[in-house]
Every structure is written in C-alpha cells, then in structure tokens.
Design a protein around this ligand. Structure first.
Ligand SMILES: Nc1ncnc2c1ncn2[C@@H]1O[C@H](COP(=O)(O)OP(=O)(O)OP(=O)(O)O)[C@@H](O)[C@H]1O
Ligand SMILES: [Mg+2]
Length: 507
C-alpha cells in the first residue's frame, strides 16, 4: 500500500475523429488527495481518466507517477501500478456471479481453494466497509446500486492505491453515496488517492479537497475546495450562472391515462416485490415516485411497460386493459419509457446515432412504410433530436457508443419525449447529466405535462421531485406509504416515509 505518492498528467491531448476530447490538460495529485473532476457532458472527463487508466493512449503529453514518466499501455498495467477505475457504465459480466466477477482478472489468486479464500475476503471487505452484496448472486439479479458496490469492492480488493471513479454515485441512493464517501475519507486517511467525477456539486464540496473543472476538452479551473462554493463551481462549469426554478402552468388534473389496480409483481428472485399497488396518473400532471431504489419501483415500471409479468392485478392504459401485453404493444399504444439502465436497455451500442434515434419507432410511420425504413426522415429526425436536446456528437453517423455518457442519455430522453407519448415513464432521467442538461430535461418534462401528457417520474432525488411534480408517492417495500402534495408537505416527512415510518400527522 502507499505505492503512489504523486500523480501528474502533463499537457495531455487526445483527439477522436472530428473531436478534440482533451487539449493540453494538466493535473497533479498527491497521496491522500480526493480530487473532484467536474465538467459538462462531453467535456472530456472520461477520456482523461481512460488515459490515466491505460485504456487510451494520449496523442500528446505524459503521465508521471512518483515523478517518473510511465506509459500505461493497458488497464492490466495500470492495476499493477496501483490504479483502479470504476467506470461510468458497468463492466461486470452479467451471467457470472458476484464472486466470479471479482475473481476475474485477479493475478495473485491463492493456489488452494481460491473460491473459498476469495469469498472470505469479499465478505470481510464488504463487512468492513459496509458494502453489502451477496457473493453468490448473479450480476443480472442485482440492482444498479448493488452492481456499483461490486465494482468498488473489486477495485479495492485489487489494492488500488489511486481509485478513479467515474460518476460512482449516479446510481447510488443518497445513503449509499454517503457510505461511499465515508470509505473515500477512510482511504484518504490511509494515504490512498481518489479521483471522483460527479455532476453533483454538493458531493464535490463535501468530500473532495481539490477540484478540477473542464470545459470542451480543456481545464477551465483548478482550486482547493476551501476557495470555491457550489455557485462558483457551477459558473466555472457552464460559463454562466443558472437558476433552478421551474414554473408550471396552473392546470387541473386531466383524465386518467394510466390506472394500476392491485398490482402484484415478483422480483427476479421470485419474491413478491410489488404488493397490491393501486394508483393512477393523469393528463396534465407529473406524478413522482420517491423511494430508496430496490423497493419495487423498477419492477413496477417494468410490469406497467410490458417488460415483466404482472402476477396479479390490472393495468389500464386510456381505459383499455393492457395487463401483460407486449412491450411493443404498450409502446405503440402510448407509453414511452426511459429505463433505469438506459445505456444497456435504451441503446444498441454498435448502431449509429441516427439508428438509435428511432430504436422503438422504426417500424411505424413516418419512419417506415411497407416494411421499408425511410432514411431521409430518420436522418432529419436524428438531426432535430441532436439540436433540440443539445446532443454533443460528431454527427448522426457516429456510433452511439462513441458519445459521452451524458450525451447518450440526452439522445434517449429526447427520443422518448419527442415521441409525444400519452404517458412518459422516466426513471432517474437526470442521472449523469450536467446541471445545465438536467435543467433542460426537467423543463421538457414540464412541457410534456403542460401540453396534455402524463408523466411518471421515478427518482431518488427529492429536490428534483419537489421541484417538478404535482404529486409525489413514496414507495416502500412494494407499497405506497402515502401520496403527498409537494407544495404542501415537508421534505423531512417524505424522508421518513422513504425509510418506512409514517410522520405523525398523516391521514
Ligand atoms: N471512442 C470515442 N470515439 C469518438 N469520440 C469519442 C470517443 N470517446 C469520447 N469521444 C468524444 O469525446 C468527447 C469527450 O467525451 P467524454 O466521454 O470524455 O466526456 P465526459 O466529460 O466524460 O462527458 P459525460 O459527463 O457526458 O460523461 C465527446 O465529444 C465524445 O463524443
Ligand atoms: Mg463521462
């Protein structure tokens, strides 16, 4: 431990076809630092970290560790140097168990009983840091937050001395994020160094001791945390001040678009996870679902959108029974959906941006007729989405996998919102978006509502829910603890309900 005393990146430059992702970037760190790396979507943060981790080679510049130039040619080498990275999108193998994923790529496995020894290590480790996961579960069975924990345990077990985390908290609950910060602080006390990419300014100011801000591939600021606050950071990031208030039209609740009656759904483990849930979502309203993830939100949404079987109860869309109809049928009848793991389920990595822009609509008007895709219309649509949702990419013919994380999300959101659905279901739509983009998306959700649509917004960000929703339901263990009016309710009470207890004065 403690192999890395200083890390320096000098004059780093990196271009991709048509994009200057990094330009003369300098960064320096010493043992114990927790550096916050901030910047708008597409600013070049992930690229810079991929260079440090050896996934990309820089076009210009050098990396120095303990004052000596190193060439990090592959992640395997960087691991040997003591650099670990947790990626923005999960890199775990879905069909393997937690334990197998952790063992994979481990060089100094014990000769005897490797499984047993490693299991013990994993258990000790998860206990020590409060990162609870079951080593025998398959990755596909885990929630996003649990998968993240596996990644963290994996990196730390590989003795990462410098831990790079690319938006690690975007899939964690606030409580899980706080646990992670406790770990980071503990690691820092032990002399480890961390780099934390985050769009959440309060996270950066609460856990980091230094911050580096990037914009359009270049460093626009670097400071000690004591010299900045959230406001100055925001300005450094986007180049101007932004205000976060969301005016909405005064509208009466319209007719019910979605009615869910006594819905029962099982989890992947075949355990009841949604229990006799009933609610409705109406035109001209944004209904929020608050709750710590893992309380049935995802399964409920999947049952409503046809991705999971409803074992009991009914789902009505515009009065029509759509219970257990196919996802395509439900989509074609007016529900669009931005899933939790949108990169995995919302895009096809090897297809072009243009093709991804019509992923679910490609079979219907105006994008196809007589079973033939109509490319000019698709191209035009893709261009418009890029413009409207400020998707920063080289062009509509770029493979979607080359987009920065946030830009991919903006495209998916744009695609689902622009389809003009009767009901838009959005799970954590602003995760991973920079503050400017998140602001833009919230306004589009409100537009959707104002124009007569219904929106179901699943989020763990209470502030966001309170800013945009007309009603907020708090979900706990597969049921609603209550439905509150954000204009007339205390956020603290909602916090209590999220933890399963009722505030004193509820009806
Ligand atoms: N492999 C690649 N091929 C082509 N272009 C790429 C590739 N990787 C990144 N880019 C481009 O480089 C720029 C920087 O991307 P990067 O992923 O580093 O941004 P980021 O700051 O991490 O953004 P986000 O907050 O959205 O994750 C973007 O314009 C992106 O489209
Ligand atoms: Mg990124």
């Amino acid at each position: 431990m403690g192999k890395i005393a200083t890390v320096e990146m000098r004059g780093i430059g990196k271009s991709f076809v048509g994009v200057r992702a990094n330009n003369n970037v300098n960064l320096s760190l010493k043992s114990g630092d927790i550096l916050g790396l901030l910047g708008e979507n597409g600013a070049g943060k992930t690229t810079l970290m991929n260079i440090l981790y050896g996934l990309y080679q820089p076009d210009e510049g050098e990396v120095l560790i303990n004052g000596e130039t190193v060439q990090v040619k592959s992640p395997r080498e960087s691991m040997h140097l003591g650099i670990g990275m947790i990626h923005q999108h999960f890199m775990l193998i879905q069909k393997h168990t937690v334990l197998d994923n952790i063992i994979l790529g481990f060089d100094d496995l014990p000769f005897f009983f490797p499984q047993k020894v490693m299991r013990k290590k994993v258990e000790e480790f998860s206990e020590r840091y409060g990162l609870h996961v079951n080593p025998d579960k398959y990755i596909w069975e885990l929630s996003a937050g649990e998968q993240q924990r596996v990644e963290i345990i994996k990196a730390l077990l590989h003795k990462a001395d410098l831990l790079i985390m690319d938006e690690p908290t975007s899939v964690l609950t606030p409580a899980e994020a706080e646990d992670l910060f406790v770990i980071l602080r503990r690691l820092s006390d032990e002399g480890h160094t961390s780099i934390l990419i985050s769009h959440k300014l309060e996270e950066i100011t609460s856990v980091c001791n230094r911050v580096l801000v990037m914009r359009k591939g270049e460093v626009t600021g670097s400071a000690d945390i004591s010299e900045v606050n959230e406001k100055t950071l925001a300005t450094m990031m986007v180049g101007h001040e932004i205000s976060l208030s969301y005016p909405k039209k005064e509208l009466d609740q319209g007719e019910a678009v979605l009615e869910v009656k006594e819905l029962d759904v099982h989890s992947d483990q075949e355990i009841p996870i949604v229990n006799k849930l009933s609610f409705s979502v109406h035109r001209n309203e944004i209904m929020g679902i608050a709750g710590v993830s893992g309380n049935g939100q995802r399964e409920m949404v999947e049952a409503v959108t046809g991705l999971r079987k409803a074992l009991g109860g009914k789902v009505y869309l515009k009065g029509k029974d759509v219970t257990n109809r196919s996802a395509r049928y439900i989509h074609d009848n007016g529900i669009t959906h931005v899933p939790e793991e949108r990169i995995k389920f919302g895009t096809v990595a090897n297809l072009l941006l243009m093709e991804n822009s019509v992923l679910k609509q490609h079979h219907s008007q105006p994008f196809s007729a007589h079973n033939l895709m109509h490319y000019p219309t698709i191209r035009q649509h893709a261009k418009k989405l890029m413009e409207d949702y400020r998707v920063d990419a080289a062009g509509i013919n770029t493979p979607i996998k080359n987009l920065s994380g946030g830009n991919m999300q903006k495209l998916i959101l744009g695609r689902e919102i622009s389809a003009g659905p009767d009901l838009l279901i959005a799970a954590h739509p602003t995760y991973g978006l920079d503050i400017g983009a998140a602001d833009y998306i919230r306004r589009r959700l409100i537009d959707c509502r104002d124009e007569g649509g219904a929106v179901l917004l699943v989020s763990e960000d209470l502030e966001e829910l309170f800013q945009v929703c007309d009603r907020v339901a708090v979900m706990f263990e597969g049921r609603f603890m209550g439905i509150v009016d954000p204009a007339d309710c205390d956020m603290g009470d909602v916090g209590l309900m999220m933890a399963g207890s009722l505030p004193k004065e509820t009806k």
